[in-house]
Structures are given as structure tokens and as C-alpha cells.
Design a binder for this molecule. Structure first.
Ligand SMILES: *[C@@H]1O[C@H](CO)[C@@H](O)[C@H](O)[C@H]1NC(C)=O
Ligand SMILES: *[C@@H]1O[C@H](CO)[C@@H](O)[C@H](O)[C@H]1NC(C)=O
Ligand SMILES: [Zn+2]
Length: 557
């Protein structure tokens, strides 16, 4: 027993071997023990107190009384399912020669999973998905922050604005598209983008609720008499925003650069850098002089909102969306998809870095509204045995999206209407397939398909690269698969650990900010008439294909 105890009590064994001690020395040794014991107790208490103080300081930031100041960053990876992470992780390891255990920033912050069904379908769309986040309520596919009874529901962004927070939206698609729209507008159907634009700048019953908008979709803000407008009316929403609601407005890269990473942003600020969607990241890289990246916009938005709330008791709420992860999956283009996810991961990392150096408590929660494409990182060719592998090099070889290549094909055909089939096929191979898709073994059958069906070229090109990479897809639409939730962590998002409903994520957002969405709902229902009789029109459009990115000979490229 003694030998077992001795490692625990090393002093005792030394004492055992010490010469016999007198009474006095026994007393001094007991006093010494007592002193040591008290010292140890005090030291432990001091360490605990210091740790608590440090944690408290870290969590509450500067103000030590009243409501602690907080920021919330909510990221949405539209259409990104779990297979997208596996695809992107392996792609990056392959391309950069990284070890098997190299992971994405997202992987290191995995938090849980979200169930995504809407009120009327097992497979949601982005509108119902974002309504679950913004209002914390299930609704029907197509709903922009209205409930299944066609009544508006208050959003976390609106409630945050009302409570004194600053608010922002940052996306790579139209700022009037479903996900951003759900935070700052209420319409019966997602295609009502003319109305969404008006509400977003402040021309709705709540007045202005957004302080910063960075993204695309400029065409919804220009009058139909202007070139580059996609409005049905002749309202100049960009002008209205500036004249009536004091927005600072910029529409180009120079204007973005002048923001100096957010240091020189004057809020409210609206930056619309594309007529519609931004180009896919795989194409944007060569048009960096025109379009900022998602991570650049995210960093700029964070800095602008940080400065704007510097002297405030309240922080900010910022929604950042990797919007086109979804679009690449709709097209079934794995080369474009993987670059969208990499850029989203980079934006996620930029937010983590912000949190690291901010002295205001900030939580980041990131999730997807749904999976798109039924992506699988393996593919069995009909009539063949399964292959236990997939080939990232096929994606690495591609230097352009199928969207851009299809656009180039249509443009070429419209400017060479009398070209022979043989010449067209050669042109396709030499100008699109080899340099763009990085495919050197295109078959005559594939080239013939492209020449004969140019309107379907986007899907044909996507199938060509997917087949060579052994990447599979089950649909050009969405799926019901559970999606991942990520977080910067801490104890506050504990309520959305594990497998939760998408509405739980939405409720967490307003609970974290301690804001009252129900009060906004009441106000909206009193002041707003959405005219559900007009919903027949919306219902007729229920099959509206929100993947409206079919290339045409006139595009933004
Ligand atoms: C433009 O909008 C006005 C109404 O604001 C409408 O009368 C007109 O028909 C529209 N023009 C086009 C070309 O859509
Ligand atoms: C716009 O700015 C002007 C001058 O700073 C101010 O008087 C006015 O109240 C502002 N309007 C809105 C809608 O904020
Ligand atoms: Zn979609």
C-alpha cells in the first residue's frame, strides 16, 4: 500500500526516511503543511476567479453592466449538403498535395445537422428554407417571410434593427433572391422581386431595416426605361433609395475598393456589383477587376458594421450567403461547385478571424437551407461494375464553368449561323472542351450532341466532366437530405447541437440577440395587407423554376 501511495505523496516517503523529529519540529512541519494547504487553496481559488473573469470579459466585451453587447453572424451555404464537404476536402488535398487529415475550416467547426422540410413539401426551396431561419417558422415553398395563412411574420433582422442593432446582408446572387429577401421583406411568392427590392431599401411598412447590402441583382433596382433593367415598372429604386432613404450607392469594383475594406463605408450602404448573379468563383477569378469575391465582401461588411457599432450598446446582425453553391449543383457542374464551397470556407474563416480579434462577443452560426443535386462522390456507369474511387483531377483540369462555356457556345453559334457541323464540332473541341473543361478525349458522340443541342449544352458539358470525375447526381433540383450546422462555438449555441429542425436554428438567432420577433409580427399584421386573393397568380407560378440561369447569347459575361 505504502509503495502505491508514495507516488501520490512524495513528501511523505522523504519524511519517512528523515531522522526522528522532536515535538517542536513536528509542530512547525504541521504549520508548514497547513500553510501549504491554505496557499494551495488560495491559488486554486485565484486561478478559478481569474478564469471566470477572463471568460466573462471575453463573452461580454466592454460593457460590464446592462445587456452585454453582442454580434451575430449567420452564414447560409445555399444548396450545400454533406457530400459537398467530402468533395471539396478531397479536391483540396489532391490539388494542394495536402495530407489525408487536412480539413476545411468548416470541418473543424461542425456543430450538428438540420432537418429541412417545408410546411407543404418534404423537399424545401430556398424561400421556405430562409423563412425558417428568419422567422423561425415553417412555411410553403416560395414563401418570403409569410406563414402558410399568407400573413407576414417578423424576422430576426427586423427585430434586431428595432432593438438598436446594425444589420447587413451579403450575397453573390441577386440581393432580391429568396435567401436575402426573407430577412428584410414579406411577399407571397419569391418571384415578386420588384416588390422585394422596394421593401429592402425601406419602402415598406416598417421603413428601412437594413443598413448594409452587398451583392448582385442591380437590374431589380433600375427603371424599365433603362438598359440593364429587369423591372416590370419604371421605378428607379436605386434613386429612391438614395434620395428618400439616404443610402450610399455603388455599383462597381472601384466603388467597392473605395470602401477600403469597410473602413470608409458610409451606412446605409448598398453595393450592387452585378446585374444579376455574380459569375461563379471559377470564372470570377479572371474577372477580379469587376467583381469582388464573397470573402472580400464578408470582411468588408464585418469591418463596416464593427465601426458603425463602435460606440453603441448594441452590436450587429449580418447574414452572409454563399448563394451560388446551389446554382452549380442545379447545373450538376462539380468543377464550379467545388470552387464555390472553397470560397465559402474562406469567408467562414474570415468571420472566425474577425471573432478572434473582436472584443465584442460574437457568435457565428452557419448552415444550409437544403441540399441540391443529390451529389454523390462516386458514380457507377451503366453496364459497368462500381468503381471505389472518384477523381478530383478531372475537376482540377477545368478552368471555366459549364455556364460560361455554354454561353460562349451560344454566342459563337449566333455569330456563325451558317457554319458546317464539322467545323462547329472542331471549334467546340478546340475552344471550349480542351481549354475550358480540360478534357482531351471528348468523343465524337459528345461533340455531336453539343452541336445538335446547343440549348442543352450546359447539361451536356456538366455530364461530360461529372462522368470523368466519377461524380454522381440524382437531380437538377433540391433534395430532402439533412444539412450540416457549423458554429464558432461557446455554450450559447448549445440549443442547436445535434439533429435539429431548421426552425430551431431560426429561433436560436432571435434568442441569441434577445430580440422580439413576435412584436414585429403583430405590427406587420396590423399594417400590411399582402392581398392573399392575388395569390392565385403566385400559385400559378408555383412551378417557377428558380434556377433561371440558363445561358443565353446575351449575358453578363
Ligand atoms: C415600363 O413600366 C411602365 C409602368 O411603370 C409600363 O406602363 C410599361 O409598359 C413598361 N414598359 C415595358 C417595356 O415593360
Ligand atoms: C436623411 O438624411 C437627412 C440629412 O442628414 C436627415 O435629415 C433625414 O432625416 C434622413 N432621412 C432618413 C429617412 O433617414
Ligand atoms: Zn436551388
Amino acid at each position: 500500500m505504502a509503495s502505491e501511495q508514495s507516488p501520490l505523496l512524495p513528501n511523505q516517503s522523504r519524511d519517512d526516511n528523515a531522522p526522528p523529529a522532536g515535538k517542536a519540529s513536528k509542530r512547525t512541519s504541521r504549520i508548514r503543511e497547513l500553510a501549504l494547504f491554505i496557499w494551495a487553496l488560495l491559488a486554486t481559488a485565484a486561478v478559478i476567479i481569474l478564469a471566470v473573469v477572463a471568460q466573462h470579459h471575453q463573452q461580454t466585451g466592454k460593457p460590464h453592466h446592462g445587456n452585454p453587447k453582442r454580434n451575430l453572424v449567420f452564414m447560409v451555404s445555399d444548396g450545400m449538403g454533406p457530400a459537398s464537404l467530402s468533395l471539396t476536402r478531397s479536391f483540396r488535398q489532391h490539388v494542394e498535395g495536402l495530407p489525408i487529415d487536412d480539413t476545411l475550416s468548416l470541418d473543424r467547426h461542425f456543430w450538428g445537422t438540420s432537418r429541412t422540410r417545408s410546411s407543404n413539401s418534404l423537399v424545401t426551396d430556398s424561400a421556405a428554407g430562409a423563412t425558417a431561419f428568419s422567422c423561425g417558422k415553417k412555411s410553403y415553398n416560395g414563401a418570403i417571410s409569410v406563414t402558410p395563412d399568407y400573413e407576414p411574420c417578423g424576422t430576426v433582422l427586423e427585430a434586431a434593427k428595432r432593438a438598436g442593432y446594425m444589420t447587413g446582408l451579403t450575397v453573390t446572387t441577386d440581393i432580391t433572391d429568396a435567401t436575402p429577401a426573407c430577412f428584410a421583406s414579406h411577399v407571397l411568392y419569391r418571384s415578386m422581386e420588384d416588390e422585394i427590392a422596394l421593401q429592402e431599401v425601406g419602402d415598406g411598412v416598417l421603413g428601412r431595416t437594413v443598413d448594409l447590402m452587398l451583392g448582385g441583382g442591380r437590374c431589380h433596382f433600375l427603371p424599365n426605361s433603362t438598359e440593364g433593367s429587369c423591372r416590370a415598372d419604371n421605378l428607379d429604386v436605386a434613386k429612391l433609395a438614395q434620395d428618400k432613404y439616404n443610402w450610399t450607392y455603388t455599383d462597381d469594383r472601384a466603388g467597392f475598393d473605395a470602401l477600403d475594406g469597410g473602413n470608409k463605408a458610409q451606412l446605409p450602404l448598398m453595393g450592387l456589383f452585378a446585374s444579376g448573379n455574380f459569375p461563379f468563383e471559377i470564372d470570377r477569378r479572371t474577372r477580379d477587376d469587376i467583381y469582388p469575391s464573397l470573402s472580400e465582401m464578408a470582411s468588408t461588411a464585418l469591418r463596416a458594421l464593427e465601426l458603425a457599432t463602435k460606440d453603441s450598446d448594441q452590436g450587429f446582425f449580418l447574414m452572409i450567403e454563399g448563394s451560388r453553391i446551389d446554382h452549380a449543383a442545379h447545373i450538376n457542374d462539380p468543377a464550379a461547385h467545388v470552387r464555390e464551397v472553397i470560397e465559402y470556407d474562406k469567408a467562414f474563416k474570415a468571420v472566425l478571424d474577425f471573432i478572434e480579434r473582436s472584443d465584442t462577443e460574437t457568435v457565428l452560426v452557419a448552415t444550409s437551407d437544403h441540399e441540391t443535386g443529390g451529389l454523390a462522390t462516386a458514380l457507377q456507369e451503366p453496364g459497368h461494375s462500381p468503381v471505389y474511387n472518384w477523381y478530383p483531377q478531372a475537376l482540377a483540369d477545368a478552368s471555366a464553368s459549364c455556364e460560361l462555356l455554354a454561353y460562349k457556345l451560344l454566342r459563337h453559334i449566333s455569330s456563325h449561323p451558317t457554319e458546317s457541323d464539322k467545323k462547329l464540332k472542331t471549334w467546340i473541341n478546340d475552344n471550349l472542351i480542351i481549354p475550358g473543361l480540360g478534357i482531351k478525349d471528348a468523343t465524337d458522340e459528345e461533340l455531336t450532341l453539343l452541336a445538335d443541342y446547343p440549348d442543352a449544352s450546359i447539361e451536356i458539358l456538366a455530364a461530360m466532366i461529372s462522368l470523368r470525375a466519377y461524380v454522381g447526381w440524382s437531380t437538377h433540383g433540391h433534395t430532402a437530405v439533412d444539412v450540416n450546422i457549423y458554429s464558432s462555438g461557446g455554450h450559447r449555441p448549445e440549443s442547436i447541437r445535434g439533429n435539429v429542425e431548421n426552425t430551431d436554428v431560426g429561433r436560436f438567432l432571435s434568442e441569441y440577440l434577445s430580440v422580439d420577433v413576435d412584436a414585429i409580427t403583430k405590427e406587420l399584421r396590423k399594417k400590411m395587407d399582402l392581398g392573399s386573393d392575388g395569390f392565385g397568380v403566385a400559385q400559378a407560378a408555383d412551378e417557377f423554376e428558380h434556377y433561371h440561369h440558363q445561358p443565353s447569347a446575351v449575358g453578363t459575361y
